[in-house]
Design a protein around this ligand. Structure first.
Ligand code: 0RA
Length: 648
């Protein structure tokens, strides 16, 4: 066989099988991150990744994902089909090896181009290990092959069950409810967000998502569903992300190519906002913590723009130096690289460590930008003007921030006057409630357990940071109070906006607002502030939303609270006869004892922890919501932030 033939001709024995299915079941979190909602959805991504790899190799162009009526998942592609010939060493089919041996997933051949791979790149065998039942169907050589597994063990050898003219692989699995004890119910939006993202990251691949649990007469399939397909990839992704922002330059700047053997894709645009929006991916995985590809991007951007600005003479009148940050105000950019052996570092293992990637990206960006600036002198001028404005604003912001910092650094005795602190000094035990309005603040103060619960009342609507320049943010009284009360400081030598959580005074920061439109608006404003200025606080799991009840149902001395209409009706029915129903319009209508019982007492309350499910989508949604329309906000909170119930 020629080398070329060897490379392309898959043979079963190139699979390096490893043991460990039992280990996956014993320690699932080591493989899929967690066994909650996130891990459950991760199973789907893991299976889809295999099909994406097949597509990246040029062997398939359509992937369909179905949420079946019983919450099982089917993933089908039109690739070559997983081989079914007998693996020499293992003595079973290659399909069985792929499905039942940990680590066999992509290691078919060192030469084969395998770049995708879930967050942990663990392969479909993990999904199999964590499924009650999994069925693999292969359409290959004119034959349909099938094999089923239970909790990762094959139920029978691969068998042929018929003829076909199709090609491809189909996998249906049922997540094991003894492992995913929290829930085995899939969330359509969560899967849709990821499939959309994958379609943008892998242009030319059509990904369809169908939810057979929800009928939709209008749609072709008869069910709720979407088809994600992108012809232009990142360029379109940027337009989608920035759809709610006003574009500052004519077009999205983008490039795609290979540098030092590393496939690099970059797209960027400037908008009229003041926020910086950088998203980076390695092998389709969102690298939240950035890394060498992102620093390469920053370096390339800064050096190219600086060179251009210097030579334009526009900076001559400026009294101070322009800094890296200034080039990124109002910038939305996506960097996507494919790395054969990625090294992931950082707390959540989402920071790329490979040194060689930095200069590859930096070079790519320099070339792309230099061309664009030369060909679009008007846009170039607009960008430089924006940079100058940013530099001036930063100058003003530095002063404002230093004020905040001075206050927080000397926080002994410097706590905000409005804060009612708790007595426990150990942050791990402590909670602070950010409460809408002084009157509810007063009730909360009476109702709390002062040992470990602190109250910070916030006056009215806090600043919309999405629309405000940085120095306005740091000058805002309520925001300054939040910084000081939390004991969070900002700015290091390297990064003026870096957050320092070392002195965080409370490990639970609870937003407590009225259960009405205004309350949810305030909730969103506070979340926007945390998302833009204290993202790490959310990422580390410190941010929660309190859930006050909507109704009090009474009959004689019997009393029960309800959090929604169904609960209210069920309670009323259980009380049978005529009942009194009080609807709480706000926290202010509850007395201290009621507030404690329903919303603050750790034994009975439900806190919803805020997590960032998909940073790219969250960003887009914040930019959309902080526009002028109020009503969709509540809906967003319910839909886009993934809440986990705790304390229950
Ligand atoms: C390695 C070799 C070949 C196919 C695949 C992997 C493959 C794996 C998956 C997983 C999901 N869908 C897939 N499609 C294909 C076959 C190589 C050949 O036919 O020469």
């Amino acid at each position: 066989m020629s080398d070329e033939a060897k490379k392309n001709n898959y043979s079963a024995d190139s699979i390096q099988a490893l043991e460990g299915m039992e280990h996956v079941r014993m320690r699932p979190s080591m493989y899929i991150g967690d066994v909650g909602v996130r891990g459950l959805h991760h199973l789907v991504y893991e299976v889809v990744d295999n099909s994406i790899d097949e597509a990246m190799g040029g062997h398939c162009d359509t992937i369909s994902v179905i949420i079946n009526e019983d919450n099982s998942i089917t993933v089908r592609d039109n690739g070559r089909g997983i081989p079914v010939d007998i693996h020499k060493k293992e003595g079973v089919s290659a399909l069985e090896v792929v499905m039942t041996k940990i680590g066999a997933g992509g290691k078919f051949d060192k030469d084969s181009y395998k770049v995708s791979g879930g967050l942990h790149g663990v392969g479909v065998s993990c999904v199999n290990a964590l499924s009650n039942n999994l069925k693999a169907t292969v359409f290959r050589n004119g034959t349909i092959y099938e094999q089923e597994y239970e909790r990762g063990k094959a139920s029978y050898p691969v068998k042929s069950i018929g003829e076909t003219e199709e090609r491809g692989t189909e996998v249906t699995f049922y997540p094991d409810d003894t492992i995913f004890t929290q829930t085995t119910e899939y969330n359509y939006e969560t899967l849709a967000n990821r499939m959309r993202e994958l379609a943008y990251l892998n242009k030319g691949v059509a990904i369809t998502l169908t939810d057979k649990r929800q009928k939709d007469k209008e749609s072709e399939s008869g069910f709720v569903g979407e088809r994600f397909f992108s012809e232009e990839g990142l360029k379109e992704f940027i337009k989608f992300l920035d759809g709610n922002r006003e574009q500052l330059i004519k077009s999205v700047i983008s490039m795609e190519g290979e540098k030092n053997g590393i496939p690099v894709e970059v797209a960027m645009v400037y908008n009229t906002s003041y926020t910086e929006n950088l998203h980076s991916y390695v092998n389709n995985i969102n690298t939240h913590e950035g890394g060498t590809h992102l620093s390469g991007f920053r370096r390339g951007l800064t050096s190219t723009l600086k060179k251009y600005a210097d030579s334009s003479g526009m900076l001559d009148k400026l009294k101070f130096e322009v800094q890296g940050d200034d080039f990124r105000e109002g910038l939305t950019a996506i960097v996507s690289v494919k790395v054969a052996e990625p090294q992931f570092e950082g707390q959540t293992k989402t920071k790329l460590g490979n040194r060689e990637v930095s200069s590859a990206v930096s070079q790519a960006v320099s070339e792309m930008l230099t061309n664009y600036l030369e060909e679009n002198p008007e846009d170039a001028k607009v960008i430089v003007q924006k940079v100058i404005l940013a530099a001036q604003a930063r100058h003003a912001a530095t002063k404002a921030r230093e004020m905040v910092q001075r206050k927080t650094v000397m926080s002994i005795g410097g706590l905000p006057g409005k804060l009612s602190d708790c007595s426990d000094q150990n942050p791990e035990n402590c909670e602070v409630f950010l409460v809408e309005g002084d009157s509810a603040g007063g009730t909360a103060k009476q109702g709390r357990d002062r040992n470990f619960q602190a109250i910070l009342p916030l006056r009215g609507k806090i600043l919309n940071v999405e629309k405000a320049m940085q120095h306005k943010v740091f000058e805002n009284e309520e925001i300054k109070n939040i910084y000081t009360a939390l004991g969070v400081t900002i700015g290091t030598e390297e990064d003026s906006k870096a957050l320092n959580l070392e002195k965080l005074r409370y490990h639970k920061v609870v937003i407590m607002c009225d259960a009405d439109v205004d309350g949810s608006h305030i909730e969103t404003l506070i979340l926007t502030f945390f998302f833009r200025y204290m993202r790490e606080l959310i990422e580390k799991g410190h941010v929660y939303i309190a859930t006050p009840p909507l109704y009090l149902v009474k009959k004689g001395s019997k009393k029960k609270y309800a959090w929604n209409d169904e609960e209210r009706d069920a309670i009323a029915e259980s009380f049978n006869g005529s009942v009194g129903i009080q609807r709480y319009k706000g926290l202010g209508e509850m007395n201290a004892e009621q507030l404690w019982d329903t919303t603050m007492n750790p034994e009975f309350r439900t806190l919803r922890q805020i997590t960032i499910d998909n940073a790219t989508e969250t960003d887009r949604v914040f930019s959309m919501l902080m526009g002028d329309e109020v009503p969709p906000r509540r809906e967003f909170i319910e839909k886009n932030a993934v809440y986990a119930n705790i304390d229950t």
